[in-house]
Design a protein around this ligand. Structure first.
Ligand code: CP
Ligand code: NVA
Length: 310
């Protein structure tokens, strides 16, 4: 049964049912096939979409701009530092004004609360392009990639190693929603949010999946179908970089650790990678790695999200 997402905002995977998330994946698969066949449909013809960044971005910025163009709409890609936000105009007032011009707002922000304010004070859908709490467009693209490589999601073991950050949170939500066995290994003090653990445990119960949060990287990666990592110091945490590199060393995706996963496991990284830190050259460039396909799928899944929500 088709579900309607029109007019809704997409801030976190946890806000959506499995059926709704399946609809996004199915639309992503469809739009990807159409695109590869040279048959992009102008599903958002004549619309204008603001894509606003408080932080740097390569993949998200460019894949949204290109995807919006392929949907027949116009992307206005903006740095928040060039807007009156920089000079003290409130997020609420910005949301009210932008809603008079735009059909949707895609935003990358520090505080997740900024996205909630954009949603609450504006009247157009808000799409989360990364906050300190979650990165849902990334993980929907990643689920599409896993499905392409493994032909299913349910029952697979997904190991995440390193920092219990925004990407980890969205993976926990996405994996447990789809009945995956999610195993997260972080150093002490870098575990995912308690609230995310609680919600993911609930989703795992509903879907028949499971959640393990451990400090043991070998336990997490053992017999995993998917092994995932992300940078050890996220945007905004640069000052902690040196301290984190020391603590997180045992969680590095290297040949030894990957040899404990399944023979046909896939290695994923949302990118940008800090080669030699969270992942070695031999792993990211090696036979298990699917990171470039993973990056490509951001384009297709974001088009799917926009075409369904806007
Ligand atoms: N993975 C990701 O979101 O990359 P960017 O920071 O380059 O957008
Ligand atoms: N956790 C990283 C993801 C970058 C795409 C960050 O927030 O910087």
């Amino acid at each position: 049964m088709a579900v309607s997402l029109k007019g809704k905002s997409f801030l976190a995977i946890s806000d959506f049912s499995r059926e709704e998330l399946e609809e996004i994946l199915a639309q992503g698969e469809k739009l990807k096939l159409e695109h590869l066949a040279g048959k992009d449909e102008p599903l958002l013809k004549g619309k204008s979409i603001g894509v606003i960044f408080e932080k740097p971005s390569t993949r998200t910025r460019i894949s949204f701009a290109v995807g919006i163009f392929q949907l027949g709409a116009q992307a206005l890609v903006l740095n928040s530092s060039n807007m009156q936000l920089k000079r003290g105009e409130t997020v609420a007032d910005t949301a009210r004004v932008l809603s008079r011009y735009l059909h949707a707002i895609v935003a990358r922000v520090y505080a997740h609360k900024t996205l909630e304010e954009l949603r609450d004070y504006g009247s157009v859908p808000v799409i989360n392009a990364l906050s300190d709490y979650t990165h849902p467009c990334q993980i929907m693209g990643d689920l599409l990639t896993i499905k392409e490589k493994k032909n299913k999601l349910e029952g697979l073991k997904l190991a995440y190693l390193g920092d219990g950050n925004n990407v980890c949170h969205s993976l926990m939500f996405g994996g447990t929603k789809f009945g995956m066995h999610v195993a997260v290994a972080t150093p002490e003090g870098y575990e995912p949010d308690k609230k995310v653990i609680e919600l993911s445990e609930k989703f795992a119960k509903e879907s028949g999946g499971s959640l393990l949060v451990t400090h043991d990287p070998f336990e997490a990666v053992k017999d995993a179908d998917v092994v995932y990592t992300d940078v050890w110091a996220s945007m905004g945490e640069e000052a902690e970089h040196d301290k984190r590199v020391k603590v997180m060393q045992p969680y590095q995706l290297n040949d030894e650790l990957i040899s404990k996963s399944k023979k046909d496991s896939i290695v994923m990284h949302c990118l940008p990678a800090h080669r030699g830190e969270e992942i070695t050259d031999s792993v990211i460039d090696g036979p298990h790695s699917v990171v470039w396909d993973q990056a490509e799928n951001r384009l297709h899944i974001q088009k799917a999200i926009l075409s369904l929500f806007v």
